[in-house]
Design a protein around this ligand. Structure first.
Ligand SMILES: [Fe+2]
Ligand SMILES: [Fe+2]
Length: 419
């Protein structure tokens, strides 16, 4: 069959009316053949629920893609200002019976922070971290579904949060049975989730709206973490503010509701779970380091070797690395600096080193901050970068375990490393 460009070339000499008439005729032939092929293809398909349920979405996809191609880029930068923090929770450990928190409780007020700081908790503004249920995943897909707001309550309960942190939110609530879970979610993941037949989306990093703009208040957790290590209150406050300010200004500039707007328009239930997962992950690391560090004998290199045995690390292309210090240095006094919205950067980490901390474990750090820390030239100062995606996955995997135990089908993607 001739291509459309061939047709145009061959008919170039014909009167305009005549040329158009032939052109339409050929197009009809193409359509007729296409319909025959499509009919043959459909007859090869065995009827199944997933295909039928996705049909409306599949039909709508071309329009959605056209709209994106006209005005939107599918690419959205990763959340460079956000961090993730993994914790002690062992996969598949029993959850103690706990009263189910009420529905979404927004806000994480100063009063709560002050109370937590006065208690001097090493962890900060949350209670006892629980473990996911010791139950085999419920494969009964005929359950009635779970509302995203109930999933938020579950995550809060696992992390010991009595309120939903300000960096987490149910943007569009709804019942879900088959949910897509990713570290970052943008327009591409929304459409991917629909095409995979998911009826809901859960991200780790804040997607938009109040949760995204609420990240700076979670950064205030740096203050409580520093005070828990004996750093004077006024110093901890000042250094936390040094870290919070640029992040708040950067977020102020962003197109903060772009993806949430799209989810509303697509009527896709969607939420994110940030701090709760990071608290779980942080506690995992604290317990792990306590277990493997043997007094003053363990070197930083030895600690990194142990970290690489964590299943999420083994399955990751990104491994724990030493970005400041020497492998033969003793671990000494250490701190797991996670679950505070984002990494502490030079202002916070310099303060730790100046107050007797030898080794900091963090998920990531900006290159500019690392250069600044290198200027300290403190021989025993070590910075272990555990790796962003595997570390965030540790916390999210414990949440996913709990969801599967409730009978939800989880499609893990967008950076979730699920060994
Ligand atoms: Fe995280
Ligand atoms: Fe993160």
């Amino acid at each position: 069959m001739a291509g459309l460009s061939d047709i145009a070339g061959r008919r170039a000499g014909l009167p305009r009316r005549q040329r158009i008439g032939r052109f339409v005729f050929d197009i009809e032939r193409v359509v007729i053949v296409g319909v025959r092929v499509a009919r043959a293809w459909f007859t090869l398909l065995t009827p199944r629920r997933a295909f039928r349920s996705e049909r409306a979405d599949v039909e709508a996809l071309p329009q959605q893609m056209n709209a994106l191609q006209e005005g939107e880029s599918l690419h959205q930068p990763a959340n460079a200002v956000m961090d993730g923090e993994p914790g002690f929770v062992g996969r598949g450990v029993t959850v103690a019976a706990a009263p189910a928190p009420d529905r979404l409780l927004e806000g994480w007020g100063e009063a709560t922070l002050a109370a937590a700081a006065s208690i001097g908790s090493r962890i900060g503004w949350h209670g006892r971290i629980l473990f996911p249920p010791d139950a085999k995943p419920n494969r009964d897909r005929h359950n009635a579904g779970v509302r995203l707001s109930e999933i938020m309550a579950t995550a809060n309960r696992l992390a010991g949060c009595d309120q939903t942190p300000t960096d987490s939110q149910v943007y569009v609530d709804g019942d879900v049975r088959r949910v897509f879970v990713g570290i970052d979610v943008d327009l591409g993941e929304l459409l991917l989730a629909r095409s995979l037949g998911a009826d809901g989306v859960i991200a780790h990093h804040p997607i938009g709206s109040k949760a995204r703009l609420g990240l700076p208040s979670v950064i205030e957790r740096h203050e409580a973490q520093m005070r828990a290590e004996g750093i004077p209150a006024e110093v901890a406050r000042e250094k936390m503010l040094d870290r919070r300010r640029p992040v708040a200004h950067a977020l102020h500039t962003t197109n903060y509701d772009r993806v949430v707007d799209a989810a509303r328009q697509l009527k896709m239930p969607i939420m994110n779970i940030h701090l709760a997962a990071d608290l779980i992950g942080r506690q995992y690391f604290i317990d792990f380091v306590r277990r493997v560090v043997d007094g003053g004998k363990t070197t930083v290199g030895g600690l990194i070797g142990e970290l690489k045995t964590i299943p999420e690390m083994e399955a990751s292309l990104v491994q724990p690395e030493l970005w400041l210090g020497q492998a033969e240095n003793p671990v000494g006094r250490w701190v797991v600096q996670m679950a505070a919205g984002t990494n502490g950067g030079a202002p916070v980490y310099r303060t730790y080193y100046e107050h007797g901390i030898d080794t900091i474990l963090a998920m990531h750090i900006d290159e500019r901050d690392l250069r600044e820390l290198e200027q300290l030239q403190r021989p025993q100062a070590n910075l272990v970068i555990t790796g962003h995606m595997p570390s965030d996955s540790i916390g999210m995997n414990r949440v996913i375990d709990a969801l599967e135990a409730q009978g939800l089908e989880v499609i893990a993607g967008s950076g979730v490393i699920r060994p």
